[in-house]
Design a protein around this ligand. Structure first.
Ligand SMILES: Cc1cc2nc3c(=O)[nH]c(=O)nc-3n(C[C@H](O)[C@H](O)[C@H](O)COP(=O)(O)OP(=O)(O)OC[C@H]3O[C@@H](n4cnc5c(N)ncnc54)[C@H](O)[C@@H]3O)c2cc1C
Length: 616
């Protein structure tokens, strides 16, 4: 049960043909009841990590640093071992095969803290120092290099699977024997409070070799609803975890789903009065995706006169196109994001139609794509972006199980926060372990899991809710995204001591918690509304006074320059103006200390009559 035992090892990765999960019938596991397993032999483990994505692998490294040296860490992933991060045949042959992620300050700090950053950044990432954006109809694009104030830490871009490959290699090099890596095995929780809450019992099921051969990108791209169990229960074993069980199983959420089922059952068994006083059951908040986009990825070689370290991004009415550098040689991976009901958002679409759409919407990218590539992309199935989800109100179950990463907070990748926040979770779990460790290095798992929930549950919820507000469709998006961004940019420019930069920028700042950002922005909105209301009130008052003053002056002028016979039409005109000005109560109220327009008219008419009489 280690990485060597996988059917498709790291070296032979590139020769493993990708299978399509959607065309394969999944074997659904039936989780057994605890009393069914009393006679089976049970292995024991000190600590188990479920999931070998970025969060799971970094958790294993963190645990190896924090737990007493006698304790071993086992990691299980249902897929095969990741590809070799240094095998350029894998990464350069088809740069659109693996999606790219940008690591910002939050992710970089977490990797640094556990000694894994050097390996990630060394020749394996591309620093993105700015962007070039095309608005609809624009053919030139606008280039912007980030200032230090805008981006304190440059984003480092690499394929998600390459990051996983680097962390995997780091474990083999540095923690061999301490961390046991098991690929092709799926974890199913069975009892979260085993032996009166002293341990957690899980079942380990061996996956089919077919599933084990898939790489995570392919699973993500081919399964829309990943919340299903795919491995067989015919070849299983039971494992009792005496220390921590850390669930980092991403959007599959095997552990969170089991927790939700257990809590719901417990809650439903309570009477109505007990329900009022009982703690809220654990649940996964699943938002309906009302702004769903799917994508197809394109390999692109940018021309020599384009920079190789920018994020290229274009918007059109029908779609958006976003490209990140896959390496430092100018090979980019571009994502064409389409609405789910777009006729091109299907497998096997017509390459000519795809070309026509690209020519029409993104001619500057279309000319970089040859016909063969266009045909290959047209043939591909679409890939799905994750939907917004968060788990809560706590992130633990019993005394041993805690969860982190995408399984507790799933966001769309528009703001580059998924992997970054997942890696930051690991850092916070590490801090909780430090806090509840005794002098012999033994940790109090009960306190650790509770501490982690306390520190991270609100943040997970805030991250998902704030990110979702930035992705609302149509007019709603104008209020939840556009107006706040415009207001923030104006207010923070003129009053930087009071107002922080826009929320997207703030979410990237590692010194800020996500719930802290949400709170701060709520406060700023109230202040902005108060300032705008006072501003409008003052402007309204001044404008009313100015209007009345102008009317008075116009009459005075008429009076002096035009004969008295014009007084009546002028009075009529002023009446209309007065009527318009006095339509609102506010205007009437504001003008009460000014001379009435009628008085002004009669005064001037009287004066004019007197003058005319005198002249005669
Ligand atoms: C197109 C795209 C672009 C993105 N861009 C960015 C970006 O720029 N910046 C950013 O920060 N994030 C980005 N993300 C998000 C990022 O990829 C995820 O947030 C990140 O991978 C989450 O890591 P994780 O370890 O929590 O989960 P995952 O990466 O999903 O890993 C979970 C692992 O658990 C395994 N697993 C699942 N269930 C079980 C089980 N029962 N037993 C054993 N193993 C199991 C899975 O096989 C998988 O390997 C992007 C995502 C997409 C789709």
């Amino acid at each position: 049960m280690n990485s060597n035992s996988t059917t498709c090892g790291t070296l032979s990765w590139s020769f493993c043909p990708p299978n399509k999960l959607s065309t394969r019938k999944a074997t659904v596991s039936i989780i057994r009841a605890v009393n069914d397993i009393s006679n089976e032999s049970v292995e024991t483990a000190d600590a188990v990590v479920c999931g070998g994505g970025p969060a799971g692998l970094l958790t294993a490294i963190m645990l190896a640093e924090k737990l007493p040296p006698s304790q071993k860490i086992r990691l299980y992933d249902r897929l095969s071992a990741p590809p070799d991060a240094d095998d350029d045949r894998i990464w350069d042959n088809d740069v659109a095969r693996f999606y790219l992620i940008g690591l910002g300050g939050r992710g970089q700090s977490a990797l640094q803290e556990f000694g894994a950053w050097e390996g990630v950044v060394k020749d394996r990432c591309v620093s993105v120092v700015g962007r070039r954006d095309w608005q609809p109809g624009d053919l030139e694009g606008t280039e912007r290099i980030f200032t230090e104030a805008e981006k304190r830490v440059p984003t480092e871009v690499l394929a998600r699977d390459k990051l996983v490959g680097v962390l995997h290699q780091h474990i083999l090099d540095k923690y061999n024997g301490r961390i046991e890596l098991n690929y092709g095995f799926e974890v199913h929780p069975i009892d979260f409070s085993h032996e009166n809450g002293k341990s957690v019992l899980v079942e380990i099921a061996q996956c089919t070799s077919e599933l084990g051969r898939l790489n995570p990108s392919e699973v993500k791209t081919s399964v829309e609803n990943q919340e299903e169990i795919l491995c067989s229960t015919e070849d299983t074993k039971l494992l009792k975890v005496n220390g921590l069980l850390v669930a980092a199983d991403g959007t599959v959420r095997t552990v969170a789903n089991a927790m939700e089922r257990e809590d719901r059952k417990r809650f439903d068994s309570l009477n109505p009065i007990q329900k009022v006083f009982a703690p809220k059951p654990f649940r996964v908040k699943r938002y309906d995706d009302d702004n769903q986009r799917v994508y197809k990825s394109f390999p692109i070689d940018v021309p020599k006169d384009w920079r190789f370290d920018l994020n290229y991004s274009a918007r059109a009415k029908r779609a958006t196109f976003d490209a990140l550098p896959a390496n430092r040689k100018g090979n980019y991976c571009g994502l064409l994001l389409l609405k789910k009901d777009d006729p091109l958002a299907v497998e096997n679409n017509d390459p000519n139609e795809l070309r026509a759409m690209m020519d029409n919407s993104f001619p500057f990218f279309s000319k970089l794509i040859d016909d063969d590539t266009m045909a290959t992309v047209a043939k591909k199935p679409v890939s799905y972006l994750p939907s917004f989800r968060y788990a809560g109100p706590r992130l633990h179950q019993g005394n041993n199980c805690v969860m982190l990463g995408d399984c507790v907070h799933t966001v769309k990748p528009y703001f580059g926060l998924g992997a970054n926040s997942a890696l930051e979770d690991v850092r916070i779990l590490g801090q909780a372990i430090d806090k509840h460790k005794d002098e012999n290095g033994e940790i109090d798992t009960t306190k650790v899991v509770r501490e982690f929930s306390k520190r991270r549950a609100k943040d997970s919820k805030a991250l998902v809710r704030v990110s979702r507000d930035l992705d609302r469709p149509g007019k709603l998006g104008v209020f939840t995204f556009l107006i706040p961004i415009i207001l923030d940019s104006i207010f923070s420019k003129f009053l930087p001591a009071i107002f922080t930069p826009n929320i997207i920028n703030m979410l990237q700042r590692e010194g800020w918690t996500f719930s802290g950002v949400a709170r701060r922005k709520r406060l700023e909105r109230v202040l902005q509304a108060a300032m705008l209301a006072s501003g409008f009130y003052l402007v309204g008052r001044v404008a009313t006074r100015a209007a009345l003053w102008t009317v008075a002056k116009v009459f005075a002028l008429c009076q002096r320059s035009v004969a008295a016979r014009y007084a009546i039409p002028a009075a009529a005109l002023s009446c209309v103006a007065t009527f318009l000005a006095s339509r609102s109560n506010k205007t009437r109220e504001l003008s009460k200390d000014l001379p009435a327009v009628a008085d002004v008219i009669s005064k001037f008419s009287k004066k004019s009559e007197e003058k005319q009489v005198a002249k005669k």
